[in-house]
Design a protein around this ligand. Sequence first.
Ligand SMILES: [Zn+2]
Ligand SMILES: [Zn+2]
Length: 338
Amino acid sequence: MSNELKVKFWGVRGSYPTPGAGTIKYGGNTASLEVRAGERTIILDAGTGIIPLGRELARTKRANEIMLLFSHLHHDHTQGFPFFVPAYMPNARLHIFGPGGTPETLSSVLERNQSTETFPLGLRDMSSSKDIQSVRESQVIVWDENGIRLAESSVGLSDEAVVIRIHKSYAHPGGVYIYRIAWRGKSVVYATDTEGYVGTDRKLVQFAKDADVLIHDAQYLEEHYRGQLVGFPSTQGFGHSTVTMACEVALASAARRLVLFHHDPSYSDEMVAGMEATAKSLFADSVAAYEGLEFTLTPRFVSANAPLSAKETGGNVSVLLQKPSTLPLSQRERGQWK
Ligand SMILES: [Zn+2]
Ligand SMILES: [Zn+2]
């Protein structure tokens, strides 16, 4: 079994897909990323980035058992799901979790997204087996040698358990789930669609404490957010952050590296590159997410008896990434981080 925790970005754009010459470097697909803990595949959000990811999972025969986590159910986080190839594979088993008032809320929203009036195939026409459940913030999602289940705490879990905790943020219209995925002492925090607070979002800072990778919404330029950019009305209160807000959370939480995410659909590659430069001046280990960006985190040996909090903090990090390029994804070369 692989000993690595991998993160790969398949869609990094917010709001709506943006194909075209101006978005080639970072990509135009909406939010979706893949986390691999050894042989286990966890997908975060189902924007259009999940479409090429689904094809890849089918091609490499990794579609048998997949976990899909929704941060929330806005279009740009769900619109790729009807085109997710593994959902149509009879041998695939999907475990789908996300927010909702009752355990059935998530499945009813997904069913509505594929009603007869809006899409030719309904959820029941997708021949995979699907376990769809809304989860509460207080619950922990566990994937260990006994399978996938919900728990009320992470006490007593084995070293092999992938442990996913949830923080519900109200800094986005309708609320959003922020996830922390931890395995063998390594952790990734996915904080998309969230707006910063004056003095930072203290609850988020606490939740993201010492994360190896913090993926944070950084949709807007400072001037855009404030309404000082010609042709761009102010976006304050829209539920998205500026680069500065993302960096403040990274600094306050002592995250090891920051990934700027959910790029504004109206921004060109040059604008996103400028935001990345700003981020690096505030938090050195920053990168703007692009399609094909990949991290590999290698956990150190973890004692079987160590408490979970200690397990999460140690370890040497080796991070690989593919350099952004105009070449097709499959042809991009893999390089060393920085
Ligand atoms: Zn979004
Ligand atoms: Zn949203």
